[in-house]
Design a protein around this ligand. Sequence first.
Ligand code: HEC
Length: 144
Amino acid sequence: MKTFSRLVLGAALLSAGMAFAEGEATDPTVQARQALMKTVGMNTKILGDMAGGKAAFDAAGAEAAKAALAAAAADIAAKFEPQATDPATEAKPEIWTNWDDFVAKADALKVAAEALDASSLDSVKAGMGAIGGSCKACHSVYRM
Ligand code: HEC
């Protein structure tokens, strides 16, 4: 389980790191959705670092990251709904032609974040696979 979570999460964070390749977006709508995704990434990293032993487990910190992640996931649909574009975006146009599926994938992240039990290191580890899997399920289809 631990290895699995690390692999899934590692892959998600690795592909996340490539976002800066094309420079910074200037369109405000694109900036806002990328900022939301950075929040998603940061909070996932907090949980992932604890799960992977890179950071000491701290139940209050894990609970805060979980709550922030679930709240950010709940905001994905609103932030992506306007079909704005920018030379630096990594959002694929298929988001808006498959909108219901995109929203379902955002909901899947929210469900996975809410389901994570932040009270112990083992339960955080157990919850990371579903979270990492939901990043990958969306990025593999809707992110360049
Ligand atoms: C419902 C789809 C969806 C889900 C779920 C999702 N992402 Fe994203 N993510 C995107 C899209 C689309 C982009 C590209 C946005 C753009 O460039 O306009 C993106 C971009 C990012 C970026 C780059 C932000 C930047 O600096 O431009 C990071 C980091 C990121 N996602 C992390 C994550 C992590 C970690 C998860 C899981 C916990 C996750 N995402 C879940 C769709 C999603």
